[in-house]
Design a protein around this ligand. Structure first.
Ligand code: V47
Length: 375
C-alpha cells in the first residue's frame, strides 16, 4: 500500500498525541491510509510505552480445539469440516483428559478452548468439558468459547444468552475468547461468513458478559477483502462498547492466512500488519492490551509489532490448529524458553502473565524441549 503522505497538520497532531488521548474515526482513517508506517509506529510506540513501559507479556497456555465439525462454512476458514466429512473430529471427554494430562507437568496458566458449531454435541458436553478442565487444571484460567458458540448454545437449546453464560461460568468458564468477530460490517459478513451471527449479536454477547463481570477478548480478521473504512468501523464498535460496558482485556488483529480456504485473498504484508497494530493501539484508548499473535503473524512480524504498539505476545499455545490449517508458517507451539528468547531478542522485557494480565513473576519452567511440546 502506497502512502500519499499526511498533511503537515495531521503529522503534527499524530506526533503530539498525549498518552491515552482519544482520536476520532476520521483522523484514524486519515492516518491509517496516509501516514507512513514509521509515523504510525512511532506514535503507537509512545502510547504503548506510556501504558506498559518496556514490558512484553506472554502466557503459558494450552489450546484445546474440541471439534472442527461446524455447521457454518466461513469462506476464510480452513479448519472446519462438514458433518460426516473426512478429517472431521470431536474429542470425547476422555480424549480431553488425555490431552490435558499429557502436559500436566507443565505450569500452564491458561486453557484456551474453542471449536466449531457441532450440531451433534449436547449442552451437557460443554458443561462437562469446562468442569473437567477445572478439575485437572485448577490453577489455570479457563478462557473458553467465542460469542458465536454462545449464540449457538442459546439458539440450539432455547436458553437466553445470559443463562448460558451463567451456567458456563458455574461450570468453570472465566473469560470469553475474542474469536468470531471477523469484520463487523454486514456487507463484509455477507461475503465472508453469511451463516455466522451478525456483528451486532457478537457485540451484544460481549456486552452481556461484561455486565455479568465476565472479561472478554476481542479480535478482527484483517488483510483479505476489507477496507480501512471497515477496519475503523470495527474498531469504533469495540471502543463504543467498551465505553458503555467495560470488560475487554485485549484486542487481537488476526492476520488472514491464505491457504486451503475459499476466500482466495492475498493476506496482509508485514507492513500492513505493523500498520494495523499501530492503528489499533492508537484508536483503542480504552482497551489495555494489543496482542501480537505470533502464530498468525509469524514470529518475526510479531517481534516487530512490539515496536509498533503491541504489548502482548500470546503464549506457548501447543498446538495451534486454525491458522495452520490455513497455511500459517509459524511453529505450532513454542516452549517457554523459546518464547522468552524471542521476546527478549526485541529488547523488551518478557513478563509472564495470566489471562487477566496479572504478572506472575519470573519463575517459569524452562526445562521442556521443543520435542516435549509436539511441534
Ligand atoms: O474467529 C479463521 C480466525 C479465529 C482464519 O481470545 C482465521 O485470546 C486468519 O480468535 N486466517 C480464532 N484467521 C482465533 C482467535 C484467537 C486466537 C488467539 C487468541 C485469542 C484470544 C483468540 O481465527 C476465528 C477467525 O477469526 N480465522 N480462519 C484464517 N484463514
Amino acid at each position: 500500500m502506497m502512502n500519499s503522505g499526511l498533511s503537515s497538520a495531521a503529522r503534527k497532531r499524530l506526533a503530539s498525541l498525549m498518552p491515552g488521548q482519544r482520536i476520532d474515526p476520521e483522523f484514524a482513517l486519515d492516518i491509517a491510509r496516509s501516514g507512513s508506517v514509521h509515523e504510525l509506529g512511532d506514535a503507537a510506540l509512545r502510547q504503548r510505552r506510556a501504558r506498559h513501559g518496556d514490558k512484553a507479556y506472554f502466557v503459558y497456555n494450552q489450546h484445546l480445539n474440541y471439534t472442527n465439525v461446524c455447521r457454518n462454512q466461513c469462506r476464510f476458514c480452513a479448519f472446519f469440516k462438514r458433518k460426516g466429512e473426512d478429517g472431521g473430529y470431536t474429542y470425547s471427554l476422555d480424549k480431553v483428559r488425555e490431552l490435558l494430562l499429557a502436559r500436566i507437568d507443565h505450569p500452564i496458566r491458561e486453557i484456551h478452548i474453542v471449536g466449531g458449531l457441532n450440531p451433534d454435541l449436547p449442552y451437557q458436553y460443554y458443561l462437562d468439558l469446562l468442569a473437567l478442565c477445572r478439575e485437572i487444571r485448577p490453577q489455570a484460567v479457563i478462557k473458553a468459547f467465542t460469542a458465536v458458540e454462545i449464540a449457538h448454545f442459546a439458539d440450539t437449546w432455547g436458553r437466553d444468552e445470559r443463562t448460558v453464560l451463567a451456567e458456563l461460568r458455574a461450570a468453570g468458564l472465566q473469560v470469553l475468547t475474542g474469536g468470531g468477530a471477523e469484520v463487523f460490517s454486514a456487507a463484509m459478513r455477507a461475503k465472508l461468513c453469511p451463516e455466522k451471527v451478525s456483528g451486532e449479536r457478537w457485540l451484544h454477547i460481549h456486552g452481556l458478559a461484561h455486565e455479568m463481570g465476565i472479561k472478554t477478548n476481542s479480535t478482527m480478521l484483517f488483510g483479505h477483502i476489507e477496507s480501512w473504512e471497515d477496519r475503523i468501523e470495527h474498531l469504533n464498535a469495540l471502543r463504543t462498547l467498551e465505553d458503555a460496558k467495560p470488560g475487554f482485556v485485549c484486542f487481537i488483529p488476526l492476520a488472514y492466512q491464505t491457504r486451503n480456504n475459499e476466500l482466495g485473498a492475498a493476506g496482509p504484508t508485514g507492513e500492513e500488519y505493523l500498520r494495523m497494530i499501530a492503528v489499533s493501539r492508537l484508536f483503542l484508548d480504552n482497551i489495555p492490551h494489543i496482542k501480537a499473535y505470533w502464530a498468525f503473524a509469524g514470529i518475526k512480524a510479531a517481534q516487530m509489532a512490539l515496536w509498533a504498539g503491541a504489548d502482548d505476545f500470546d503464549g506457548t499455545i501447543v498446538e495451534e490448529k486454525i491458522g495452520h490449517a490455513a497455511g500459517a508458517d509459524s511453529p505450532k507451539g513454542l516452549t517457554i524458553a523459546e518464547l522468552t528468547e524471542v521476546i527478549a531478542a526485541t529488547g523488551f522485557t518478557p513478563v509472564q502473565r495470566d489471562t487477566f494480565f496479572e504478572e506472575l513473576g519470573t519463575a517459569v519452567e524452562t526445562s521442556h524441549t521443543t520435542a516435549d511440546v509436539g511441534r
